[in-house]
Design a binder for this molecule. Structure first.
Ligand code: GLY
Ligand code: MN
Ligand code: MN
Length: 428
């Protein structure tokens, strides 16, 4: 692995907490993600299933994790792919059983080819079968996942059992990060900081958006990251108003801002940052005014992220903060605000059309229990923005925030964000 070894206490604890949520006489089974095809004989880079990683630390294809709770006793089994002579020649060694034991902290490691043969014995006395599925509220899945295929196979083999969902249990657990996870996210943030510093050294009029992307990925790869935690947005001028712009093909022009939304991955954990820099090193008066409006909203919004808060209420409060800034910038009027109150479509949505915060962890839009109050240990982004296509100007600022017992800690507080800090960093 490219990252330092993660203490397996984390995965043991994750399995223990999950097993506590299972009904008695249950089996829960988790698969790796598939190796997804490109064209001809090529495959996409493997990305481990986040739940399988969370419960085992095993970062390898065709892994199966089994957790059994019977007579209040828990058994945990890990099945991994065995290295064949062919694999050894073409792909190199897969994990040995000993290595898989060391990574996962589970004493029971088997080859995945033994899984189907062992299953009848594992199923003795089992009443409930917990299957996994991607139940992220915004997921739009059009391919059949390995977990889904496996689920069909289980249902055909064991049609009379009671089927349950693991996803709901994992959403609650994964939303609250353990200290080791927070360290890993903080480390991802610190690699991202290096990316920002590198951009400061390379940004100038005439640079292409993809050249900025190249500088950032260079920084990430040389710092033990496998790369971007999500496709980066490097959007200069009016491109910044396209919320999911990621073609990154344009040239950065003198006088424009460039919006950069990127974050490093580290040990499968994510970071998520947005900064907007003036291409020529200095903000214009108008750019500065809009930028400072976004920054004020961000600073106030950050303070609202604390234990007990419901994200739904928080988003409403941030909307009011944004409304005031947009009126001050003369983008909307007090009359627009009043009228929008009566028709139920807030006026600020014209210039700020997305949410302010999402959970962050093994996935950049991490799983959570959306209608439950925030808790200590959760990590969320804070990312307000103002998008004005008629001025070719889009500004978003984004940091990653850890909820603590009494408030929060900004995990990106040491990455330049104030206008003066950015101008200083760009003009060394
Ligand atoms: N770049 C993904 C996000 O900010 O949510
Ligand atoms: Mn984000
Ligand atoms: Mn982002």
């Amino acid at each position: 692995m490219r990252y330092r070894k993660i203490d397996n206490t984390l995965f043991k604890e994750n399995r223990f907490q999950f097993s506590k949520l299972l009904l008695n006489n249950s089996i829960a089974i988790f698969n790796s993600n598939d190796l997804m095809p490109k064209n001809a004989d090529q495959l996409m880079t493997f990305k481990q299933n986040s739940d399988t990683f969370y419960l085992s630390g095993i970062d390898q294809e065709e892994t199966i994790i089994v957790i059994i709770k019977k007579h209040a006793q828990v058994r945990e089994l890990v099945f991994v792919r065995e290295t064949s002579e062919t694999l050894k020649i073409w792909e190199g060694e897969k994990l040995s059983k000993e290595k898989a034991r060391e990574i996962s902290g589970s004493g029971s490691v088997f080859w995945n080819t033994d899984f189907k043969g062992m299953l009848p014995e594992l199923m003795i006395g089992i009443e409930n079968i917990y299957l996994n599925s991607n139940e992220h509220p915004r997921a739009n899945i059009v391919v059949e996942t390995r977990d889904a295929r496996f689920g069909k196979w289980m249902r055909s083999k064991y049609p009379k059992h009671v089927y349950k969902k693991s996803a709901k249990l994992l959403h609650a657990l994964r939303a609250v990060k353990k200290p080791e996870e927070i360290n890993l996210i903080q480390h991802a943030c610190s690699i991202t900081k290096g990316g920002v510093e590198r951009v400061c050294r390379h940004l100038k009029p005439g640079v292409f958006e993809y050249e900025i992307e190249a500088e950032i990925v260079h920084e990430f790869l040389t710092n033990n990251s496998r790369g971007f935690a999500y496709d980066p947005i490097i959007a200069s001028g009016g491109n910044a108003c396209i919320l999911h712009y990621d073609s990154n093909n344009d040239v950065c022009k003198d006088g424009d801002l460039v919006l950069m939304d990127f974050g490093a991955e580290y040990a499968n954990y994510t970071s998520d940052l947005t900064r907007c820099f003036p291409v020529n090193g200095r903000f214009s008066k108008r750019q500065k005014d809009v930028y400072n409006s976004v920054l004020r909203v961000m600073n106030s919004a950050k303070n609202l992220l604390r234990p007990g808060v419901l994200l739904h209420d928080y988003e409403k409060e941030v909307g009011l903060l944004m409304e005031k800034e947009l009126v001050d910038l003369k983008l909307i009027s007090v009359k627009d605000v009043a009228e929008s109150k009566s028709n139920g479509a807030p006026a600020y949505k014209k210039y700020y059309m997305h949410g302010t915060s999402h959970h962050l962890g093994l996935d950049v839009h991490d799983v959570s229990e959306p209608n439950k109050p925030l808790k200590e240990g959760m990590v969320l982004t804070c990312e307000p923005g103002i998008y004005i296509p008629e001025e070719n100007l889009g500004i978003r600022l984004e940091n990653d925030i850890l909820i603590t017992k009494s408030g929060n800690i900004d995990l990106m507080e040491n990455i330049p964000i104030a206008v003066e800090e950015i101008e200083d960093a760009l003009n060394i």
